[in-house]
Design a protein. Structure first.
Length: 71
């Protein structure tokens, strides 16, 4: 089994964090080494890779999809 750990992603669940204050987006983006907030499509790409034949040799992995906020 593999798992994917997303960081701050622009979804309904993070709307208050991102849009609830004038600098919410900037504060959230500052957590990421890549300097941004992730999109659902970016996390979906990681999941799609793991589920595809290209990811068939990846097992028992925890994949950091945080844009570098855990580094």
């Amino acid at each position: 089994m593999n798992s994917v750990a997303p960081g701050v992603i622009d979804t309904d669940n993070t709307a208050e964090l991102l849009y609830g204050s004038p600098d919410g987006w900037e504060k959230a983006a500052a957590f990421s080494a890549l300097g941004g907030v992730g999109s659902p499509a970016e996390v979906a790409d990681v999941v799609a890779f793991l589920a595809s034949d290209a990811g068939r040799w990846v097992t028992g992995s925890w994949v950091d999809a945080t844009g570098g906020s855990l580094t």
